[in-house]
Design a protein around this ligand. Sequence first.
Ligand SMILES: Nc1ncnc2c1ncn2[C@@H]1O[C@H](COP(=O)(O)OP(=O)(O)OP(=O)(O)O)[C@@H](O)[C@H]1O
Ligand SMILES: [Mg+2]
Length: 604
Amino acid sequence: MSGDAASFDSGSEGERIRRPRDPQLIKQLWSVLSPHRRLLLFALLLIPLGSLLHLAPPFLLKKTIDEAIVPRALQNIAPYGILLIIVLVVEHLTGFVQLALMQIAGQRAMSDLRTQAHRHLLGLRVSYFDRTPIGRVMTRVTNDVESISESFSAGLVTLVGDILTLIGIVIAMLWLNVRLALLTFCVLPLLTVAVVTFQRVLRQTYRVIRRRLAHINATLQEHISGVKVVQIFAREQHAALEFDQANRAYRDSYHRAIAFDAGLYAIVEMLSSVTVAALLWFSGLRVGEGITFGMLVAFIEYAQRFFIPIRDMSAKYAVIQQALSAAERVFGLLAVDEPDAPRGQRPSLPTTPAHRVDTTVPAVEFRGVHASYDGQTPVLKDVSFSIAAGATVAIVGPTGAGKTTVIRLLTRLYDIDRGQILLYGNDICQIDVAELRRRVVVLSQDIYLFGGTVRSNITLEDPAIDDAQVVDAARRVGLLDLLSLDATVAERGANLSAGERQLIVFARALARDPEILVLDEATANVDPESERIVQAGIAELMHSRTAIVIAHRLTTIQAVDSVMVFADGRLSERGSHAELLERNGIYARLYQLQYVSQAPVPLA
Ligand SMILES: Nc1ncnc2c1ncn2[C@@H]1O[C@H](COP(=O)(O)OP(=O)(O)OP(=O)(O)O)[C@@H](O)[C@H]1O
Ligand SMILES: [Mg+2]
């Protein structure tokens, strides 16, 4: 499957992709290929040699027949025979070297391109991924790149070689005998019409095939990643039906392609046979008039070598076209210009822990912050607050109020529209992002664990974290009581319980010793049994640290220094738990609601 899903979805591009024009595309392709140009050049130089060698055997056959077999001068057979063997060996050797060089160069270039795409992707803003289906991005980096590389083996070289061979055959035929040559060329119009017509239908059919394959992939992916939902809601039958339909449609379009492919093959074979028959008939009538037996054999050989490249030419052209449009999509991805906040250029904050306890400068301050995701719909409206160093503050409010957004802005996953955000008195835009995110660590509800060990999930391969820190962090959050550091973690942590996953993530944060810790509903997933373990871990994490806790369950946050209540993108109330209850506003209402719902229901 080459660029299948890609060519399918390219019509529905929702992303801002620059469409490079062809010369620019060639330039970009060259920039990827040029580091490997020596290999490529060598391969290209071998093409004419390969074509020439391909033309030689019929001619040698003619010589053998006319000069050795027909005059019964059998002593001449050996030299021609040996020459023929040498030519054949060298021809195939050349073909081997040429294809190998081309493919090696191509694969190296494509490997570079994948690396480049991967690096580029990881440096993009998260908002890019909000808009872009992940499947599409994956297709770019795998299938589309594969599609480009196919043109190195099946497209470019062979096409150029074929054209040279065709030209050579035409010249050789005309040189051998003009009348026989013209006779052979008589079928050309018919051949051209057949090839062009069939290939056009084939191309359309292959397009349909790719689209249906993409549909199969999408269906499969959805069913497999949602397998739990499929099973629990007993949707297997429906899913099977859905897949069956996709599968059948794919199979049927393949049937069509096979029919046309075989049809084209048969027509070309037939035309080739008719030509051979015509040659035999025509020359049979004229033996002695400058047409030798050897010449006839050579002509038949050339005629057969003539038809195959013509038959394949438009298929090869299609491969190159596909590669070009795949290249366009890959370079379109590389042209997405939405980098994450810049890093590595800003001056650092003082690293002494002194400012952690300097109570005159707030650890975090929002000044008249306005923000939106799309640049239009305001999500935060004129939000101002400050959090003293060392304090523990809770953010509460109804769903969609903008709580998570506050945190995303603080860590610069997104940027604000207006206002200012300060960390220890420094505008966060002036702080190196890598450093900012080291100092402000967010633990959110969507935990992500990588395949590996507990240890590798805590360090995340950060060389700055030594083993003593890992052990200490794991012990303090209570993880070591449950798991060893070398225990295997499956992809996404699928082999661990929710509480275990949670504790690993806590240890990950604690090992980094952040100045500011944010818990965004970090415990919402945990059942009451593990809650106790997790709460102990959290207490350890928040110990002597500025902490921001976002929680739905207000009962869990009564011990904080102050509570900020968000509603509809605004900070509407702030105070201690007691003050806010006294005030009898939104917080009091939310609290009443939860308190009542959590009270034991009397049995009748
Ligand atoms: N990536 C996004 N792109 C566009 N809009 C978003 C995005 N994330 C959130 N929003 C919108 O911004 C608003 C605030 O979302 P936010 O996630 O900050 O709410 P929240 O207070 O954290 O809610 P919850 O309590 O449910 O977690 C919501 O209206 C939401 O639809
Ligand atoms: Mg949220």
